[in-house]
Design a protein around this ligand. Structure first.
Ligand code: NAD
Length: 396
């Protein structure tokens, strides 16, 4: 991505704890930019509650236009207003900007409390499809005739006995397209190549859902073969021709069934690197991976489309903790780190990473980690971020 040294970056603070974590994360990112001889020109734009106050709507055109025009942006969490007529403001935003990839790196930072024995083994990047699957929201309560039609279809066309019981029936559609799958897997493979990663694993339930999840797996392999024949190798060929030892310059493309993958995430963590997944598998798997390395207060993410990028932490607006200057800003800061990488500012991103890691190791942390770290000291979100800024100064 070609960006100027002083880009204009739209920022949405968001709702609830977003108003606590976003401004302090902004200070940290500014500090890292300055320390590496650059400048970020922020453009504050609005969505959610603050947009309702200012524009009387949830997602003003001005905001969407700014995110579209300036391409690289960052947001805090948004509360979904009750009875808004859509599932979530985030989903609306991702749709309007066609941000079809949700990318979540999960890596261990020294000192982070973890429920697993070897959390330092975790270093994965999850690529979750963001627009399709059961999350497309196509579902309804079926009428009696419709249920009959479905039963007939299952029995006559598919050759199974229908297992739909009598009484009210909810029906959902799980669209997975070749187009949607291939553009997601393309992003994952490109990322693996550019970042010197060993493998891309397609995670699916193709054993049960042949036309959707099975197709995801097949289209994934097909894309690797069609578009990256020199840079990738599939797992079968790896064993047949290379005895399981991948050549240095090849990304291994493999697949795992999702339930098995959830186990392997815990038991064979080092074998996995970049994961590419349909929406629902991606949701479960990236949360499970995130829990191994500190959970919601830490977990960063980004939504990526073609030529568009919107960083955002995994957590929501946690209304219970809002306005108290106590929520952990690390997830927002580390989402900003991904943004800096996307701008090509690797040195600034590394400063942010190192400063956050040092801060957590010092045990001077926010309430969520202080409870879990022996000898931890509790800081306000703003104090925590100020100390990270000081560390950036020292490290630079
Ligand atoms: P949540 O992530 O807001 O909070 C769940 C719990 O996790 C909190 O009560 C808190 O204990 C903890 N937590 C979350 N972030 C934390 C942080 N930075 N520091 C310390 N602790 C933290 O999830 P929820 O309660 O299910 O959702 C609340 C609202 O947020 C809903 O309206 C939901 O729609 C929205 N939401 C938005 C996004 C987004 O904008 N991307 C994502 C998830 C949820």
């Amino acid at each position: 991505l070609q960006v100027p040294d002083n880009p204009i970056v739209p920022i949405i603070y968001g709702d609830g704890i977003g108003k606590d974590v976003a401004p302090v994360a902004q200070k940290v990112l500014e500090k890292a930019a300055e320390a590496t001889g650059r400048n970020i020109e922020w453009m504050r734009v609005f969505a959610g509650e603050s947009a309702r106050e200012k524009y009387d709507e949830n997602l003003p055109d001005d905001t969407v236009d700014a995110l579209r025009e300036f391409r690289v942006s960052i947001k805090g969490p948004l509360t979904t207003p009750v009875g808004a007529g859509f599932r979530s403001l985030n989903v609306a935003l991702r749709k309007k900007l066609d941000l079809y990839t949700n990318m979540r790196p999960t890596y261990y930072l020294d000192g982070v409390p973890s429920p697993v024995k070897n959390p330092e083994e975790m270093d994965m990047v999850n690529f979750r499809e963001n627009t399709e699957d059961v999350y497309a929201g196509i579902e309804w309560e079926a009428g009696t005739d419709e249920v009959e039609q479905v039963r007939e279809f299952v029995e006559d066309e598919m050759g199974y006995d229908s297992t739909i019981h009598d009484g009210p029936v909810g029906i959902g559609v799980k669209p997975i397209t070749e187009f949607g799958t291939k553009r997601l897997v393309r992003k994952a493979i490109n990322y693996a190549i550019e970042n010197d990663r060993d493998s891309v694993t397609l995670v699916h339930k193709g054993n049960i859902m042949k036309f959707t999840e099975g197709a995801f797996r097949d289209w994934g392999y097909e894309l690797a073969e069609e578009e990256f024949p020199e840079q990738t190798i599939d797992e079968d060929t790896l064993w047949e021709e290379y005895d399981g030892e991948a050549p240095e310059d090849k990304v291994v493309v493999k697949d795992r069934i999702a339930d098995n993958m959830l186990q392997q995430l815990l038991t064979r963590t080092p074998n996995y690197d970049v994961l590419a997944m349909p929406n629902l598998n991606g949701d479960y798997l990236s949360d499970a991976a995130g829990a191994q390395i500190g959970g919601l207060g830490i977990a960063p993410g980004a939504n990526i489309g073609d030529g568009r990028f919107l960083a955002e932490p995994v957590h929501g607006s946690a209304p219970k903790h809002a306005g108290k200057d106590k929520a952990n800003p690390s997830a927002m800061i580390l989402s900003g780190k991904i943004m800096l990488e996307h701008l090509g500012w690797e040195d600034a991103a590394q400063l942010v990473h190192d400063a956050v890691e040092q801060q957590i190791s010092s045990k001077r942390v926010t309430y969520d980690l202080e409870r879990q770290v022996e000898g931890g000291e509790k800081l306000a979100a703003s104090e925590y971020a100020d100390e990270i800024c000081e560390r950036i100064d020292e490290l630079a």
